[in-house]
Design a protein around this ligand. Structure first.
Ligand SMILES: NC(=O)c1ccc[n+]([C@@H]2O[C@H](COP(=O)([O-])OP(=O)(O)OC[C@H]3O[C@@H](n4cnc5c(N)ncnc54)[C@H](O)[C@@H]3O)[C@@H](O)[C@H]2O)c1
Ligand SMILES: [Zn+2]
Ligand SMILES: [Zn+2]
Length: 426
């Protein structure tokens, strides 16, 4: 496996594009030779091959020296809100979107949801953030232009884009029957990710987006656009593990931990499946709403030892959406023998593993990341049938900093959605 020597800060400033690529291909400095060779084919000079196992950053940069050929014949100006560094400050940013290619769909964005992952990445809490960064991967809007080969969409249609905008299309993960592009080694995330043309993908806090048809979702006609936006990340992120881990059967008992954007969607979707839902939260603040508005069946405060003891061993599974460090052992105590605890929250530090608690009840501890395009469409159709949209607070783009602060304080019911159409003018 080739080892790439990590660059000095001077080298990073001299080769920002190649450094961004290095963070994508080999975040730790170790590059899988096969993947590296594939990237060279995509981004670099096809004639060059890897000669040895240890390469300097200068050699790495040389392999990818092909100038960006970003299909920029007639790029279109796009206005967005971008972070320039990890300070958490976003400001207006004008950039180019590629022109509509034969398989592309151009969407005028009306709304974009604010996911906690936006905040983690803006602040570089997971490392490797690429700036300038226009966040946003819960995108809805109206199609304004389609390429000559596009079949599913026409101008005027409602359309959505979630966390991914492209993938290789041919690997085992992309191909049928899996269709789980989120696991493709060449998956292109909607923002904070290098695209095959050498530019950084920019997300939905912006006036429009151009995406290949395969990654554009049909939106239900019976749901308003603003409450549909959060389904594209929060919705699929909780729907997919419920299906995958078999926690979607009517009558099953599911615990939902953390009642933010993901958590409230987990309650609504599980109730739509006929599942019995217990919310596990750090405070009583959201209890009444959880029971009456979100229709959860039970509500437990995690610090209430009596209630936690009474509920011990009662759940078939748990979807854990918590965004910060927390006690996994307390959650494992709530599930039955053979219960499943599924993590979808991504704290910036590892959690301690309650080894004995897992072993003595043969508990499965799992994880899950968003869901493939096929499953995202299935989830949208399910939500349309059940009339499930997110519970949102609509805000203007210049409210984004306050929204981030309130999200950190858990002061959000239950998803902020930016009114892009009404507050960001191109
Ligand atoms: N796996 C995936 O594919 C995926 C997709 C989207 C988001 N995420 C991650 O899921 C997490 C939640 O995202 P969200 O948008 O719902 O965020 P959110 O801020 O809306 O909700 C997080 C919830 O966690 C609770 N919480 C925070 N700190 C806690 C603590 N120490 N103990 C207990 N509860 C605590 C908050 O009260 C809140 O209810 C984030 O880490 C996000 O990055 C993962
Ligand atoms: Zn998200
Ligand atoms: Zn693939």
């Amino acid at each position: 496996m080739p080892r790439v020597h990590l660059p000095s800060s001077a080298e990073i400033s001299a080769h920002p594009r190649e450094f961004a690529l290095l963070r994508q291909v080999a975040p730790s400095g170790e590059a899988d030779a096969e993947v590296l060779q594939e990237y060279i084919k995509l981004y670099g000079e096809t004639s060059k091959t890897l000669s040895n196992d240890e390469i300097s950053f200068a050699e790495f940069a040389a392999l990818f020296s092909k100038p960006s050929n970003s299909r920029s014949e007639t790029p279109t100006n796009c206005v967005g809100y971008a972070a320039r560094d990890k300070s958490g400050v976003l400001s207006p940013f004008i950039f180019n979107r590629r022109p509509v290619g034969p398989t592309d769909v151009r969407i005028q964005i009306t709304h974009a949801g604010i996911c906690h992952s936006d905040l983690h990445q803006v602040k570089n809490e997971w490392g490797g953030s690429l700036y300038p960064m226009v966040p946003g991967h819960e995108i809805v809007g109206i199609v304004t232009e389609v390429g000559t080969e596009v079949k599913k969409f026409k101008p005027g249609d409602r359309a959505g884009v979630g966390c991914m905008v492209d993938s290789c299309g041919t690997c085992d993960m992309c191909a049928e029957p899996r269709g789980e592009e989120q696991f493709c080694k060449r998956c292109v995330y909607t923002y904070n990710c290098m695209q095959p043309d050498g530019t950084i993908a920019q997300g939905g806090y912006s006036t429009h987006i151009v995406v290949t048809e395969k990654f554009v979702l049909r939106l239900p006609e019976n749901l308003p656009l603003d409450v549909t936006a959060p389904l594209l990340c929060a919705g699929i992120t909780v729907y997919s593990p419920m299906k995958h881990y078999g926690l979607d059967k009517a009558g099953m008992k599911l615990g939902v931990v953390g009642l933010g954007g993901l958590g409230h969607m987990a309650v609504k979707i599980a109730k739509g499946m006929g599942v019995h839902v217990t919310v596990i939260s750090t405070s009583l603040k959201k209890k009444d709403e959880a029971l009456t508005v979100l229709k959860a069946d039970e509500f437990i405060v995690s610090s209430d030892t009596e209630a936690m003891t009474a509920a011990a061993g009662s759940l078939d599974g748990i979807i854990d959406t918590v965004s910060a460090k927390h006690d996994l052992g307390a959650l494992v105590s709530l599930v039955k023998v053979d219960g499943k605890v599924v993590l979808v929250g991504v704290p910036d530090v590892p959690l301690d593993l309650p080894t004995a608690a897992l072993i003595f009840k043969r508990v499965i501890l799992g994880g899950s990341i968003i869901g493939g395009i096929k499953e995202t469409q299935e989830m949208l159709d399910f939500c349309a049938e059940k009339g499930i949209g997110a519970s949102i607070e609509e805000v203007s783009i210049d409210y984004v900093h306050t929204a981030y602060e309130r999200m950190i304080r858990s002061d959000v019911r239950y998803r902020f959605v930016i009114d892009i159409q009404g507050s960001l003018i191109n």
